[in-house]
Design a protein around this ligand. Sequence first.
Ligand code: PBG
Length: 324
Amino acid sequence: MPFPQTRLRRLRATRALRGLVRETRLTAADLVYPMFVAHGVDRREPIDAMPGVDRLSIAHAVAEAGAAEELGVGAVLLFGIPAAKDEEGSGAWDDEGVVQLATRAIKDAHPELIVIADLCLCEYTSHGHCGVLRPDGTVENDATLELLARTAISQARAGADMLAPSDMMDGRVGAIRAALDEDGYAEKPILAYSAKFASAFYGPFREAAGSAPAFGDRRGYQMDPANGNEALREARLDVEEGADIVMVKPALAYLDLIRRIKDETAMPVAAYNVSGEYAMVKAAAAAGALDERAAVLETLTCIRRAGADIVITYHAKDAARWLQ
Ligand code: PBG
């Protein structure tokens, strides 16, 4: 009778054997590539903390989306950098807004590529918060729902295949679902940022989108990183309100919640490998401390192993290339 250790190691002997018994597969089709689309012509502006990610004017975004599609990436997720911001964030629901224009242009050029529109006001508000402000500076939940629903309709009209509310207002999935159904978009799925934590790992994104709150923070609507049961309650509510896919964000410090939400909701689950997680790997690789390719593929595989069907990651194009 061999030692049990030997029994476990027997299947690790060759690459082919390891492949045969691998429990988790990572493919390009599982990945969603986030892009920052900006107003302007011929603009490709690097983001300091995110080497390899740029703010792109529409023609560049169309080319970049095409490159992602070519590599087999499952979808792109669009964030808008508007020309101007205001109190309410009206750029979000402008039919000629930057995400709407980019969506139309990308769908025209690449009709098969899935385009997901991020649905939030913070990139469009002058104060950087994700909703309408009361005089005391707190966000007014119910007044915000109306603006989010308007934004969803405008994005659906532009041709977005899926809407992804990232604001964390209570009741927004239901409000958006109702508005979409009423306006003839009953077939558009909702990818809900269900368990979105008030995280330090969004720093580079806020630099990219110029969406850092002008005062205060987002702890009034995003979740406390210490809370796991609450994440489940959030996910269940979103499912009840009509979410088609639920998301956990960020990914790496929250792998336990990806697993719990997957097990307990049995819904398709997405995980967002956020800007700060990307920046850490890039910085460590640039310093010679990490093998970037190995670190990225390990990270993305393990997010899948934790229970994510879909991984949203700025590494999507690189990973897709490495997986070929
Ligand atoms: C906005 C939004 C944020 C991210 C996606 N949508 C930032 C925030 O809450 O400030 C972060 C994504 C990332 O860090 O990559 N609601």
